[in-house]
Design a binder for this molecule. Structure first.
Ligand code: HEC
Ligand code: HEC
Ligand code: HEC
Ligand code: HEC
Ligand code: HEC
Length: 173
């Protein structure tokens, strides 16, 4: 009896090891992998060290559906004279000189098309929901990365807890 259990235990351990590796790989692929951005923009310097409000740059969060990333002009207002000798800032000033927008790569992928989810930032910011609830501690990051799934369970759980509407058509149009 014991002779059979030992190989079984070894196989069992091996199977769970493979399973853990696969889960981690999937998690990395979907949430932690950060795209290589055209400029290594350090959130922690701006949002934490300089203490700029998130909405100083993501200006439309309280006004519209999308929070949006800032126009080059917002950066140039400071960087025309600040840290102009740094390689990453030189890249920034080049985009400005050539009148090109910075081709930032989207970090949060849109919801699946057929789910027709109508997420809007505005009602959440107006209701005082902190950016960190959905986006994590961006002020500790260099380039932003997604920190959690933004799925239906997450949305509905908070709507229930805060007496926000939970009818299907609130979110699905
Ligand atoms: C209730 C959850 C929630 C809160 C609170 C929230 N966001 Fe978002 N945010 C999302 C979701 C979901 C997406 C992706 C969906 C999409 O692209 O429409 C997103 C996408 C973004 C994007 C990229 C797309 C865009 O809208 O421009 C930026 C930038 C962003 N959020 C910044 C912020 C900032 C800054 C705050 C706080 C002022 C904030 N968010 C608060 C859920 C949230
Ligand atoms: C309110 C002023 C201000 C704004 C707006 C601003 N920055 Fe900065 N930025 C700074 C300061 C100050 C530093 C720190 C310089 C230092 O280390 O001495 C900095 C640092 C940086 C660095 C790191 C430089 C290095 O390698 O050490 C990069 C890259 C950068 N900013 C890019 C940007 C981009 C891109 C934007 C626009 C999205 C932007 N900044 C907007 C003030 C600003
Ligand atoms: C000085 C300007 C600036 C400030 C302040 C700033 N951001 Fe950003 N943010 C950017 C830029 C530029 C990008 C695009 C590059 C990147 O993804 O890292 C970005 C990207 C993001 C994204 C990813 C958008 C996507 O593509 O899905 C989120 C989320 C975000 N910021 C949230 C925040 C939050 C939360 C704060 C406050 C704690 C904040 N940001 C403060 C400039 C800023
Ligand atoms: C942390 C809490 C929280 C999370 C997470 C959250 N919401 Fe909300 N949501 C709220 C609150 C609070 C309101 C404001 C209700 C009000 O204005 O009375 C709101 C309002 C809304 C509205 C506008 C409702 C109306 O009055 O027309 C929509 C649409 C919405 N949320 C969709 C979503 C979606 C989609 C997600 C997930 C991606 C989500 N929410 C995640 C708290 C949350
Ligand atoms: C607070 C917002 C919210 C409410 C309320 C809500 N949903 Fe969702 N729903 C979502 C989000 C976000 C997703 C995820 C979309 C994605 O994964 O791209 C989703 C996904 C779905 C999907 C899966 C689509 C797919 O193919 O995977 C179905 C089906 C669905 N919802 C039906 C409903 C029904 C039925 C109701 C009412 C009982 C409802 N939802 C209420 C936000 C909401």
């Amino acid at each position: 009896m014991k002779d059979k259990l030992i190989p079984l235990a070894i196989v069992g351990h091996f199977v769970s090891f493979v399973a853990i590796v696969l889960v981690l790989a999937w998690y990395w692929q979907n949430y932690l992998a950060t795209p290589k951005q055209p400029i290594e923009f350090p959130h922690y310097i701006h949002a934490s060290n300089l203490n700029l409000d998130c909405q100083y740059c993501h200006q439309y969060a309280s006004k519209s559906r999308y929070a949006t990333v800032p126009a080059v002009k917002v950066c140039v207002d400071c960087h025309e004279t600040t840290a102009t000798d740094r390689p990453e800032v030189k890249k920034l000033l080049n985009y400005w000189k050539n009148k090109e927008p910075i081709p930032w790569i989207k970090v949060h992928t849109r919801f699946r098309e057929h789910a027709n989810v109508g997420f809007r930032h505005k009602p959440h910011i107006r209701a005082g929901v902190d950016c960190a609830v959905c986006h994590g501690q961006v002020e500790m990051m260099t380039t932003a990365r997604q920190t959690r799934t933004l799925d239906m369970g997450f949305c509905v759980q908070c709507h229930r807890a805060n007496q926000a509407p939970t009818d299907c058509w609130t979110c699905h149009q």
